[in-house]
Design a protein around this ligand. Structure first.
Ligand code: ADP
Ligand code: MG
Length: 679
């Protein structure tokens, strides 16, 4: 429906400039975008309850007649009340509305309406306060609920939607060609749009949803496959296909078999006909950095440069420290570039990089700065990839001419899912931890045992170790959950002699780095933190972690957190604190307590989808999906992927018939900034 995407939202009846601004805020600047703004829920108005059977203190739907016209009452504070009584022929229901001067014109004596709202009062005198209502003739059985915003209620959006649907051209062109639609049993786009907004039954809604989810996945998969194929250009940086035995001599340990296999797979890519596009997946602590170092060594030994990008300054600095001490003895020149490098220093760095006097540059987003240029960029690595978008990945790659490309993921993802999420990458898995790792002891306690747990923490501090105390919130609020600021006070009382630091996401990067530096140098013994420590941080002397309100976290997130300890040779302990009695929650936490394998945990997470499920936080760097959900719609995803493969293998995507799908691909990927690379 290309033309509707070009039609400004103001073209709709009742949408002026002021409302248009609100629609833009909701992500709907055009009529086409509005139609793609799907309800976030539906209310069932279909089954009215006789008034005398309504359940007190719950939402009820009632069909009733207005007995007498609403009367106006002024009460203290200047508030206006409107009162009326409605009946269903058997019983009466009193209605009260506040400050809504339109009530008398909306509710007419003798007319029938559907009312929906919470019933209060008593068994003998039932009441509804400010119910929603519609004339019976206009009422729907299933009412869409839209993501409303200040000044734009769900009701207003719903009526705009009705107008927008009227504009759907009768001969709406479906982006999915007819043949595919019948093969995969998908309804027409027109039907889908109409019924996703205004379904008359659950069954219609299911048909519409299925089609729209399928389409979104299809478009995503095709886009990813295109990116991959687009990169299948000629390999301009061929490497000899040979395992770097000399590199291994630089390491203080010998590589695990999994590391060796991943390195070989990557080298054989880089020796092949087209550039490498590979994802290294490994559990926390599986040694991804050593794999990256090996590949950098290979590329630099072949006379080219390498760049490695990490999501935070802390991580970049950490990689710089470990890689420079490892690779500099081999004559490799390593540099660090982050936002906090001074301007003069930066200029010098840029110049040496361009002159080829730096072999390996490690940094943050700063690597994407305009001034950064290479003499011969052979390899681009991004660490903890889920923090980067598809677009940022390719932005770094564009600093060179089709360099090899390696992504290191911090989160173990079930393989089937990884294959789909990373449709544009080949995958190596590090499924083995370096030898000698001690299992992290994990305990689940309630807050009554906190004091004892603190005693246990103190014992470790006395032995010279350090620890993390994790809270879900930064500041106290009405939820009663632990907050970093309040907790730090408690910690100071309970550990009067300890040096305590605070870390959370609202601190400036420089402040965070300073605290992290102090902690990693051992100047701080305890770190009270939110989940900002979750990714990648490596302080081997930290051996104990206590997680407050453990119920708040998804399994994969807990796994990432726990991965901050157990990184050295000391026995480490993780203590989960929760007072939640909910059976499912306890089951989830017990599973976590008893499992240390990240892939197993990821599988369970996917099945259970606890709160904060691991795709919940838009951390995968893929375009944002509007209706499809990677974990709950897995079956549809499989079908859509099958369909995408078929299209790619027939090589028909550029045909006229697929014009609509190509437009949808551009739209979906536009926001990731990878538009130009992809399509
Ligand atoms: P991650 O995969 O989580 O990024 P790292 O690369 O940070 O893991 O490695 C974790 C720790 O394990 C580091 O201290 C690293 O030096 C060490 N390590 C990596 N590979 C091996 C190995 N083969 N044998 C022993 N220790 C290793
Ligand atoms: Mg790492």
């Amino acid at each position: 429906m290309p033309s509707l995407f070009e039609m400004e939202i103001t073209k709709l009846k009742g949408v002026g400039e002021k409302r248009a601004a609100l629609y833009r805020k909701l992500g709907a600047p055009t009529v086409g975008d509005l139609l793609r703004l799907y309800p976030r829920a539906y209310e069932d108005w279909s089954e009215p309850t006789p008034i005398r059977d309504t359940v007190l203190n719950e939402i009820n739907v009632v069909h009733a007649t207005v007995v007498k016209a609403p009367t106006e009452h002024r009460v203290k504070g200047g508030m206006l009340l409107y009162k009326t009584v409605v009946t269903d022929g058997e019983s009466d229901l009193a209605l009260t509305f506040f400050n809504n001067r339109y009530i008398p014109s909306l509710l007419r004596e003798g007319q029938d309406y559907v009312f929906r709202g919470k019933v209060t009062g008593s068994f003998f005198k039932r009441e509804m306060l400010s119910p929603e209502f519609l004339p019976i003739s206009k009422s729907l059985s299933i009412v869409p609920v839209y993501p409303a915003t200040q000044g734009l209620t769900s009701r207003i959006i719903s009526s705009a939607m009705q107008n927008a649907l009227l504009l759907l051209p009768q001969t709406l062109r479906d982006p999915i060609p007819d043949a595919l639609r019948s093969q995969y049993r998908l309804c027409h786009l027109g039907f889908a749009l109409e019924h996703i907004h205004f379904p008359k039954s659950e069954a219609e809604l299911d048909v519409a949803r299925y089609r729209l989810i399928f389409e979104e996945f299809l478009v995503l998969q095709l886009g990813l496959m295109r990116i991959k194929r687009g990169r299948k250009e000629k390999n301009l940086h061929p490497l000899p296909n040979r395992f770097p035995a000399e590199f291994e001599k630089l390491l203080p340990f010998s590589l695990t078999n999994a590391q060796r296999r991943a390195i070989s797979e990557a080298i054989s890519d880089m020796a092949g006909d087209s550039p490498m596009n590979r994802l290294i997946q490994g559990d926390v602590g599986s040694g991804k950095t050593a794999v990256a170092a090996a590949l950098c060594w290979c590329v630099v030994s072949a006379g080219m440069q390498a760049a490695m990008m990490a999501p935070t300054e802390i991580l970049a600095a950490q990689h710089f420290t470990s890689l420079s001490s490892l690779l500099e003895p081999a004559g490799i020149r390593v540099a660090l570039l982050t936002g906090s490098v001074k301007a003069a220093e930066k200029r010098k760095l840029y110049a040496s990089l361009e002159a080829g006097e730096i072999d390996l540059i490690i940094g943050t987003h700063a690597l994407l700065s305009e001034g950064v240029a290479f003499r011969d960029l052979g390899l681009v690595i991004t660490d903890e990839q889920h923090r980067f978008g598809v677009g940022q990945r390719s932005a770094l790659a564009q600093k060179g001419t089709s360099p090899h490309f390696l992504v290191m993921s911090a989160t173990p993802i079930p393989r089937t899912l990884a294959l789909m999420m990373y449709g544009d990458l080949d995958i190596s898995v590090l499924d083995e931890l370096p030898p000698g790792r001690q299992k992290i002891e994990t305990y689940l306690i309630d807050s009554k045992k906190r004091v004892r747990a603190f005693g246990f923490v103190q014992k470790h501090l006395d032995e010279g170790r350090q620890g993390y105390l994790i809270c879900p919130l930064i500041e106290e609020d009405e939820t009663g959950l632990a907050s970093v600021k309040e907790y730090a006070g408690l910690v100071k009382d309970c550990f009067p002699h300890a040096s305590v630091g605070i870390l959370h996401g609202k601190m400036k990067p420089a402040e965070k780095d300073a605290v992290m530096k102090e902690f990693s140098e051992g100047a701080l013994q305890l770190l009270v933190s939110t989940t900002v420590v979750e990714v990648g941080v490596d302080v081997p002397n930290a051996v104990i972690m206590l997680i407050e309100n453990a119920e708040r976290y998804g399994l994969s997130q807990l796994h990432q957190l726990r991965g901050r300890i157990g990184r050295g040779s000391f026995q480490s302990t993780c203590i989960l604190v929760t007072d939640i009695q909910n059976e499912d929650t306890l089951k989830r936490l017990k599973l976590f307590r008893d499992t240390s394998d990240g892939f197993q945990i990821a599988d369970a997470d996917l099945k259970l989808r606890g709160p904060g499920d691991f795709f919940g936080q838009r951390q995968h760097g893929l375009p944002q999906l509007t209706i499809a959900d990677m974990s709950s719609d897995l079956e549809v995803l499989k079908k859509a992927q099958e369909c995408a493969r078929e299209i790619m293998s027939k090589n028909v995507l550029d045909a006229e018939e697929y014009r609509g799908l190509r437009a949808e691909m551009r739209r979906l990927f536009a926001k990731t900034g990878s538009d130009n690379v992809v399509l």
